[in-house]
Design a protein around this ligand. Structure first.
Ligand code: DP6
Length: 319
């Protein structure tokens, strides 16, 4: 039976994706920018030809909803496919706002195409990963990746691409965890509610292209102060749009605000650093590699765990 295993790293968006212009094709309303992060990873094995479609996620059977999404992506690889067995393992908390779906679908499409003997370009893999989860489009690539908004109605130009390689800039992303439980509202449900009910959603979409252009430039110029301003602005505008939804989508907890204050305090003392937050209460902090330990020690006063992550490589097959 053809079998393949792939590993992918999660990514954290510096300029956020929030909202869809096409639900079926999972096309975004805004372009986004991210950093792929090691050593956190997802390892996925696909057996192409099994007795029945089966998903095992972190040693447990996947839920019906998880299975539906995973097998829909396998259908994209080959609509006449045989039954498949997918075994996937995250080495970090699943569904805690740490973008586990980004690494999951990137590893899945790579392993599924290899097991099926289907050759695809990185851009085609990114399009397929996007159909599973938007942020996964970016995890096909290592280092600094942009996910283009695209113009085509079939979505084939809405894929990620690398804007700078993994060794471009020696930074660290600190993942500050004070709540590792599953999130209350999934990012998918949260963004749909935002676009359907928030009066601030259109302002968020209108503001995103400028943030993306500034973020891209700051990455290329390795300007942490400029990137930090864009990161925090993009995260705050995204969260403001969802907080104004009806009912509100509110991921923040007291720990989120403490961590943000801690980052501002460090910055006032001359340590360049900036925070971002996704669909969960945990906070991620971007710093120069040389400052990572000092900043992590300070954040440990307000958090249960602080992980120091570094720029990670692209999704890859395990020989
Ligand atoms: C806040 O990629 O999880 O992390 O496409 O519906 O699966 P779906 O959404 P998902 O959303 C990620 C949202 C975010 C911002 C980002 O990663 O850009």
């Amino acid at each position: 039976m053809p079998v393949a295993t792939a590993i992918a790293h999660p990514n954290i968006a510096l300029c956020k994706y929030w909202g869809k212009r096409d639900l079926a094709l999972n096309l975004p309303s805004v372009g986004s920018l991210s950093l792929t992060l090691a050593p956190f990873s997802t390892t996925t094995t696909v057996e192409w030809g099994a007795e029945r479609d089966e998903l095992v996620l972190n040693g447990q059977p996947g839920t019906a909803e998880e299975a539906r999404k995973v097998f829909a992506v396998c259908d994209l690889v080959d609509s006449w496919r045989p039954r498949v067995r997918v075994t996937t393992q995250n080495d970090f908390p699943t569904a805690a706002g740490l973008a586990s779906s980004s690494s999951a679908f990137a590893a899945l499409v790579l392993a599924a195409c290899a097991a099926a003997g289907e050759k695809r370009t990185l851009e085609q893999l990114s399009v397929m990963a996007r159909r599973g989860s938007g942020s996964a489009a970016r995890s096909i690539f290592g280092g600094w990746a942009e996910w283009a908004l695209g113009e085509r109605s079939d979505g084939m130009d809405s894929h990620a691409f690398e804007i700078a390689p993994v060794d471009h800039w020696d930074v660290r992303m600190l993942v500050v965890i004070f709540d590792a439980g599953p999130k209350g509202v999934s990012s998918r449900a949260g963004m749909l509610r935002t676009q359907e009910t928030s009066p601030y959603y259109s302002a968020w979409v209108a503001s995103a292209p400028r943030d993306l252009a500034e973020g891209r430039r700051a990455v290329k110029e390795r300007d942490l102060n400029a990137l930090g301003r864009v990161m925090e602005r993009s995260a705050l505008r995204m969260h403001a749009s969802m907080m104004a939804a009806d009912p509100p989508v509110l991921y923040w907890k007291s720990g989120s605000v403490w961590a943000q204050e801690c980052v501002r305090g460090l910055r006032d003392q001359g340590v360049p650093c900036a925070w971002t937050m996704d669909a969960g209460p945990n906070v991620k902090v971007l710093v120069n590699a040389a400052d990572a330990q000092t900043v992590a020690d300070r954040l440990r006063c307000v958090a249960d765990e602080v992980h120091i992550l570094e720029p990670g490589g692209p999704a890859r097959l395990v020989p």
